[in-house]
Design a protein around this ligand. Structure first.
Ligand SMILES: [Mg+2]
Length: 297
C-alpha cells in the first residue's frame, strides 16, 4: 500500500493515526456507492467501481482545493463471491491511491445478503490558500469551468480523472473565490453554488464546452435531448466550477495553465437565480437540471 508521511499508524491497528501539522485544516469527505443504484455489476467491472469509489472522493477534495492525504474503505460484500469482488475492487482503487500518493489507512469489511456497498472516506489537508468553499462567489466573478460536459454515462462516469492537481495549481496561482465539483449536473451544481453564495449566475449557453460523448448520446437519441441539454443536466462530469474575480479570470484564460482547458461560461450576478444570456432580451431564467436522489416516505 502507498505510504503518506502524514499517516503515523496505518492499516492493521485498531485505528489509524494521522499527524495534522501546521494548523492546516483537515478536510473530510465520504461517498457511498451501492449496486443497483450507482452501478450494475453486470455492466461494469468491479475494478472500475473500486477506482470510482475513491475518485469521487478525490473530486470532492479537489473542489475544496485540498491535498489528498489518506482514505478509509468500508465494504458490505454479498456473501456469495464477495472475496473475489473485494480483491477486484482494490485492484481498481489501489493504483489511483498510488497515483495521488495517498495511503489507505484502514477500513471495515462485512458480508451480508444484500448487494455490494462500498463507502470511502477521504481526508485531505488545505493548503496555505485555505479551503475553497461553495459560498464565496461574488457578483462580477467569472464562472470558469474545467474540461467538458455531458454524456458521462458512456464511460466518463467511471474513468474520469479527479481534478486534484488542477485545483491545487489554480489555487496556488490565481485568486479563487469559490468552487464546486460537478457531480449532479453543470446547471444544478452551478445553481447550488450561486445559492450558497447569496447571488445568481448567468450562463452564455454558446460557451458551454460540450463533450464528444454528449454529442454521441444526443445522436443516439431516444430522449431527444440536444448535446447542450446533456452538458447542462447530465451528472458525473467531475469537472470544477470556479468563481474567479475578473482580473484573475482574464489572466487565467490567457495563460490556460491546464491541459484539460478552462472556459469562461458566464458570470455571477447580484440577482439570485440561474439565468441564460439572451441576445435580444438580456437574460432569461434557466431551470437548473441534474441528478437528485429520490426520497420517499
Ligand atoms: Mg462535491
Amino acid at each position: 500500500l502507498p505510504a503518506n508521511p502524514s499517516l503515523l499508524v496505518g492499516a492493521g491497528d485498531d485505528a489509524a493515526v494521522l499527524e495534522l501539522t501546521q494548523r492546516q485544516g483537515c478536510v473530510v469527505t465520504v461517498d457511498m456507492l451501492t449496486e443497483g443504484v450507482d452501478f450494475v455489476l453486470s455492466q461494469v467491472s468491479p475494478r472500475r467501481v473500486g477506482r470510482k469509489s475513491l475518485a469521487v472522493n478525490l473530486s470532492d477534495l479537489a473542489a475544496m482545493a485540498a491535498r489528498p492525504v489518506t482514505a478509509v474503505v468500508a465494504l458490505a460484500l454479498p456473501r456469495i463471491g464477495g472475496l473475489e469482488l473485494a480483491k477486484e475492487l482494490y485492484e481498481g482503487l489501489i493504483p489511483l491511491a498510488e497515483q495521488y500518493g495517498i495511503a489507505i489507512a484502514g477500513g471495515d469489511t462485512n458480508t451480508w445478503d444484500g448487494p455490494l456497498v462500498i463507502s470511502v472516506t477521504a481526508l485531505g489537508e488545505t493548503t496555505s490558500h485555505g479551503p475553497l468553499k461553495r459560498s464565496g462567489a461574488q457578483p462580477g466573478d467569472a464562472i470558469i469551468v474545467t474540461g467538458q460536459f455531458g454524456g458521462s454515462i458512456l464511460g466518463h462516469q467511471f474513468d474520469f480523472e479527479p481534478r486534484v492537481a488542477e485545483a491545487l495549481a489554480l489555487a496556488a496561482n490565481f485568486a479563487l473565490h469559490a468552487g464546486i465539483d460537478v457531480s449532479d449536473g453543470l446547471s444544478l451544481d452551478l445553481w447550488r453554488m450561486a445559492k450558497e453564495s447569496g447571488c445568481g449566475a448567468v450562463i452564455d449557453l454558446n460557451k458551454v464546452p460540450i463533450a464528444q460523448a454528449a454529442v454521441t448520446l444526443a445522436n443516439s437519441g431516444d430522449d431527444g435531448d440536444t448535446p447542450l441539454a446533456h452538458a447542462l443536466a447530465d451528472g458525473e462530469d467531475f469537472e470544477l466550477i470556479l468563481a474567479v474575480p475578473p482580473d484573475a479570470a482574464e489572466r487565467l484564460l490567457a495563460e490556460q495553465p491546464l491541459a484539460c482547458g478552462c472556459t469562461r461560461i458566464g458570470e455571477f450576478i447580484a440577482e439570485p437565480g440561474l439565468w441564460q444570456l439572451d441576445a435580444a432580451r438580456g437574460r432569461l431564467p434557466l431551470v437548473p437540471r441534474g441528478f437528485e436522489h429520490r426520497m420517499e416516505k
